[in-house]
Design a protein around this ligand. Sequence first.
Ligand code: BGC
Length: 758
Amino acid sequence: MKNKFNKLVLLAAILCFSSTFAQNRAPIPEVEALLKKMTLEEKIGQLNLLTPGGGVATGSVVSKNVEEKIKAGNVGGLFGVTGPDKIRKAQEIAVKKTRLGIPLLIGSDIIHGYKTTFPIPLGLSSSWDMELIEKTAQIAAQEATADGINWNFSPMVDIARDPRWGRISEGAGEDPYLGSAIAKAMVTGYQQSDLTEENTMIATVKHFALYGASEGGRDYNTTDMSRTKMFNEYLPPYKAAIDAGAESVMSSFNDVDGVPASGNKWLLTDLLRERWGFDGFVVSDYTSVNEMIAHGMGDLQAVSTLSINAGLDMDMVGEGFLTTLKKSLDEGKVSEETITTACRRILEAKYKLGLFDDPYKYSDSKRPKRDILTAANKKVAREAACKSFVLLKNENNILPLAKNAKIALVGPLADNKNNMLGTWAPTGDPQLSTPILEGLKNVAPNAQITYSKGANISNDTAYAKKINVFGPRIEISKETPEALLEEALTNAKNADVIVAVVGEASEMSGESSSRTDISIPDSQKKLINKLVETGKPVVLVLMSGRPLVITDELNLPVSILQIWHPGIEAGNAVADVLFGDYNPSGKLTASWPQNVGQIPVYHSMKTTGRPAPSTAFLKFKSQYLDAPNAPALAFGYGLSYTTFEYKNLQLNTANIEQGDDLTVTVDVTNTGDYDGEEVVQLYLHDLVRSLTPPMRTLKGFHKVFLKKGETKNVTLTLKADDLKFYNGSLEFIAEPGEFEVFVGGNSNASLKETFTLN
Ligand code: BGC
């Protein structure tokens, strides 16, 4: 390819730069040279992203005649195509059969691992382990690039405080501080420091913006919020991903201030480029440009014009840019400069990947065998799964179990490969996953295990049909529910302990999987109650893609281990934790509500002018008649097989100046009988400021390993920026005054110190 960009052309290009060059970074001479040679049609072609189908199509449209379109120079990138040989072929068409030979971007959704599927992102976030999360992203990049992919539609960093929204599973939960740390870890994992390496790929931060705040938790729904809430609570993770170098941004389906994100100039230009200095490219979500017609923004030509003028560079699947931009140019609705700018950004991404030097750099057919599903990668998947689990309750300290225990393993998710990977794992193969039954046998060959299904995930066939779009997830047994139950109860009679694997099928969360009732389905609740009636100890291994309402189950004498959807090593990891080879250390990253009526409930809520008393109901205070204000399970909560005690919280000073950091130390002791890890969390309360402050908000954390009996002095640094917030004029400032610092093992931490910012 180098031949296409010879020195003469370069020189010409350098001399020809226009003075109107509107970019944050220095122009890339090779790209400028190429732009000079391109026709308008060729430029528009680069703005077009197609999927030939065969992967997961999340809209009703898939692209047709893809090969012809590539040959005609009408395609800038493809997604949903994998394998080095197929991708070599596609690149060959682009490089050899088009006038300018511009290689393609090859995209994919690699949300939690490529073939080595890790836990769903909400699960991964529960590990609070940034190194581990970065490692999972790096492995995803290693595997995906081996299979030809150079551009990933991840990370999804949408803050979500409504567990009815199925896509809460794909993100890091409710908190912008933790969400920002995870965004950075994932971008770094995918891109590393050099995109020209064969095992790195472009990261896409999505869905820009506010998609997680869809009204009523209904997917694709309207979003509306104040600018101060956006800046303080929802935008930080997108910004963190961009600051970490994410080369691409995906616009979201929802509207923001009444204008769909894909056509929202304030969002895509004023904020993203001008305020934040983003200089990569913006791709639409799947047909989100066309969907602006249904939003009520005009016909295809109008919405395409709106989008490109707003700052959207690439049109996913809808072909609105391809089919209308020339007409809009002729009619003076869009300028050639705007089209050139969008095209430049896409070419620059290709350049950064090194595709112009070698369009086949991701087409090495030896790599898949060498790089995908390696033992080392699977080891990380097992570790990540163990670390994602959250022990919600350990009744009578029944856990961990003895490796020779007599176990009645029960439940529709106990011996089930189809639901282990979780939602948005289209590149993974469920059949490669280890179900729980197999995992228990692997880890404890001397345990006596009987298995019975006990119940269907749901007995509702119409519901099952909605869930089973990507294959069987809810399989309704031919046996009657009564017979299933009977068999489980018979097995339970002879056991020391019942382990019931229950919860949601993988597609009960994820895209287009919002629920209004987020409790465990009735068929399984019935099973749980009957198992408890046996009087045997019961361990619920709970699987879900979201926080659930489990108030009933929390009131039962059962232990509960929350495992999300754990990925390819599900069964082995569950066994590691149940038998105590790994002591659980996960902590919730989104609050679990008492009931659906309490939503949204999150740790950084405000006090209001009528704060609720800590006990009893008081008329005319901000409270419910029928439920407490606090969630059932708080943000940051999670138990261990051991216990931790916090003492001696100290600040290095009680007075700081603007710009100063503050050092916070605390002694943490492992007071129980097992070695274990604890996530030490720091929450801040700004007592008085010009915008009503949150009661407390996460501003630091550190995961520490302590041997039993061991004490460590843990240091957390409150950075000067951690005291800042966006005020009413959207300035990022810290206001002088008093602050409270809370440190502990969850967001209810009670150890407190105060300091003053002068
Ligand atoms: C989803 C995106 C995804 C895209 C491409 C859309 O439906 O919202 O998250 O990246 O499809 O698969």
